[in-house]
Design a protein around this ligand. Structure first.
Ligand SMILES: O=C(O)C(=O)C[C@]1(C(=O)O)C=C[C@@H](O)C=C1
Length: 90
């Protein structure tokens, strides 16, 4: 019983965090789509690998000491892939 109570409390925390993550992710995709429209109108390539490397370096600097930095960086790889896929459809 204690297990169920503790599990539910932790899952409630996760649900609240997920809501915030989703709001921010939606905002990020809105902006990357906007970047995609800008690139399209100026006939510029979607892929900007130097910018991706810069974002990851910024994160590595800012999140120094984070236990899950590698997981966060891996998530960013996925985000870049997703935002580039979405930019192809703007
Ligand atoms: O900064 C850009 O040029 C973007 O299109 C945004 C973004 C990103 O998701 O942050 C996406 C694709 C690029 O390769 C680099 C970065």
């Amino acid at each position: 019983m204690l297990f169920e109570i503790e599990l539910e409390a932790l899952r409630d925390q996760l649900d609240r965090i997920d809501e915030q993550i989703c709001v921010l992710l939606e905002q990020r995709f809105e902006i990357t789509d906007e970047v995609g429209r800008l690139k399209k109108s100026y006939d510029q390539p979607i892929d900007q690998l130097s910018r991706e490397a810069q974002i990851k370096q910024n994160l590595t600097d800012k999140l120094e000491g984070y236990k899950h930095l590698n997981e966060i960086l891996n998530l960013y790889e996925l985000l870049f892939d997703m935002s580039k896929k979405s930019q192809k459809n703007v």
